[in-house]
Design a protein around this ligand. Structure first.
Ligand SMILES: Cc1cc2ncn([C@H]3O[C@H](COP(=O)(O)O)[C@@H](O)[C@H]3O)c2cc1C
Ligand SMILES: O=C(O)c1cccnc1
Length: 347
C-alpha cells in the first residue's frame, strides 16, 4: 500500500494576492475573522484567488470495537448497526443537518458486527465483523489495517466534489480514540479519556484503567501505523486513508469531533502537510478534544457543546466555510463600490 503524497499549500506570491483580494473587500481589515483565515486557506488549497466549493459530501464510517466487552460504553454494541439503519432511513441527527446544509451523505460499513445483506445505499467495505479486544491482542492485523486504509483511499476517487466532511459511528470508539491520542501526543492518560456516551465517573475510571492496561500490554507499539492497528478501529483506519487521499486530491477536509480528530492525529504523523487542507468544524465537549486541537495547533470554528460525532459538527460548520468562499467571490471591493478605503496615514 502506497501512502498518498501530499503537497504543502504554502505559496507566498499567492498568499499575498489572496490577502490583497480579502483586504480590498468593503469591510474593515480583518473584520470577517475566521472566515478570512478560511478564505485564504481554501485559495491556497485550490491555488487560485477565486476559490469555489462544489458538491460537498459527508462520509460516515461505521465499525465495531472488541473493547466494548470491557464495559467501556454506556450503550450496547448493537446500537452501531441500528444507527446505520437509522442513517439509511434518514432519521439521525446527521441526516437532518446534512439536509439542512444541502450536502450529500454517504454511509460506509467499514466493519460493523452485523450482516446488512445487499443494501443499495450502504457502501460495503467491511474489513471484519468488528475489531478484536485490544486489551488482549491488537485490534486488527497489519493486513486488515492496510485493507482499511486502501478502501479509504479508493473511496475518495468516487466523490465528485472538492470538500469532504468526516463522520463516524461505532460504539466504543471514544476508547479507541483516547488510546490513539495518548500514544500520539504522549499526554497523561487522564487528559485523553472522556465520558463518551457515558455520564458516570465510575465508567470513566474504568475506561482509563482499560486503556492503561492495554498500553502496558502493547508497550512496544510506537509507529503511527502500529498505533492505528493496535488501538484503532476499522472506521478510524478507513478515515485515515480517506483523509490522506482527499488531501492528495487537494480537497478541503472538514474535521468533526474527538474520533475524527484521532484519525487525523495518525494521518498527520504520516503526512504532516495534511494539516494545510483541514478546516476544524468544532471543539467537542468530549474531554480531550480541546487538547487534541491544541496539539495540532488547530482553531475550531464552533464551540456549541456538541459531543455526538456522526459528522454533525462538520455539517453544521459547512455553511460557514461556504460563506468564506462566497464573500471572496461576491463582495464588492472598495473600488467597485466607490467606498473610501483605509486612509494612508493608518495604512
Ligand atoms: C444512539 C447513539 C447515536 C450515536 N451517534 C453517534 N454516537 C457516538 O457515540 C459513540 C461513541 O461513544 P462511546 O465510546 O461511549 O460508545 C460513537 O458511535 C459515536 O459516533 C452515538 C452513540 C449513541 C448511543
Ligand atoms: O466528539 C465526538 O465526536 C464524540 C464525542 C462523544 C461521543 N461520540 C463522538
Amino acid at each position: 500500500m502506497q501512502i498518498p503524497h501530499i503537497v504543502p499549500t504554502q505559496d507566498s506570491a499567492l498568499n499575498t494576492a489572496l490577502t490583497a483580494v480579502i483586504n480590498n473587500k468593503t469591510k474593515p481589515l480583518g473584520s470577517l475573522g475566521s472566515l478570512e483565515v478560511i478564505a485564504l486557506q481554501i485559495g491556497l488549497i485550490q491555488q487560485t484567488t477565486r476559490p469555489a466549493l462544489m458538491q460537498p459530501a459527508i462520509v460516515i464510517f461505521a465499525a465495531d470495537h472488541g473493547v466494548v466487552a470491557e464495559g467501556i460504553s454506556a450503550y450496547p454494541q448493537s446500537v452501531t448497526w441500528q444507527m446505520v439503519e437509522n442513517f439509511l432511513s434518514e432519521g439521525a441527527a446527521i441526516n437532518v443537518f446534512a439536509r439542512q446544509s444541502q450536502c450529500s451523505l454517504h454511509i460506509v460499513d467499514a466493519g460493523v458486527n452485523h450482516d446488512f445483506g445487499t443494501r443499495p445505499k450502504l457502501i460495503a467495505k467491511k474489513v471484519g465483523f468488528g475489531t478484536k479486544n485490544f486489551i488482549h491482542e491488537a485490534a486488527m492485523t497489519t493486513e486488515q489495517c492496510a485493507t482499511a486504509l486502501t478502501h479509504g483511499i479508493a473511496l475518495i476517487g468516487g466523490l465528485p466534489g472538492n470538500i469532504i466532511g468526516f463522520g463516524e459511528m461505532g460504539i466504543g470508539n471514544t476508547t479507541a480514540a483516547a488510546a490513539i491520542m495518548q500514544k500520539i501526543t504522549g499526554l497523561p492518560l487522564v487528559e485523553c479519556v472522556g465520558a463518551g456516551t457515558a455520564f458516570d465517573a465510575t465508567r470513566i475510571l474504568l475506561k482509563q484503567s482499560v486503556i492503561q492496561r492495554a498500553i502496558n500490554h502493547h508497550d512496544r507499539v510506537a509507529t503511527p501505523l502500529e498505533i492505528l492497528a493496535t488501538f484503532g478501529g476499522f472506521e478510524i483506519a478507513m478515515m485515515v486513508g480517506a483523509m490522506l487521499a482527499a488531501a492528495e486530491r487537494r480537497m478541503v477536509l472538514l474535521i468533526d469531533g474527538f474520533i475524527v480528530t484521532s484519525a487525523l492525529l495518525i494521518a498527520a504523523r504520516l503526512r504532516p502537510e495534511i494539516l494545510d487542507y483541514c478546516v476544524f468544524a468544532h471543539c467537542s465537549d468530549e474531554h480531550g478534544h480541546r487538547q487534541m486541537l491544541t496539539y495540532l495547533k488547530a482553531q475550531p470554528l464552533l464551540q456549541i457543546g456538541l459531543r455526538l460525532g456522526e459528522g454533525t459538527g462538520a455539517a453544521l460548520a459547512l455553511p460557514l466555510v461556504q460563506a468564506a468562499v462566497a464573500f471572496m467571490a461576491e463582495m464588492a471591493t472598495f473600488e467597485s463600490a466607490s467606498v473610501d478605503a483605509i486612509s494612508p496615514l493608518d495604512a
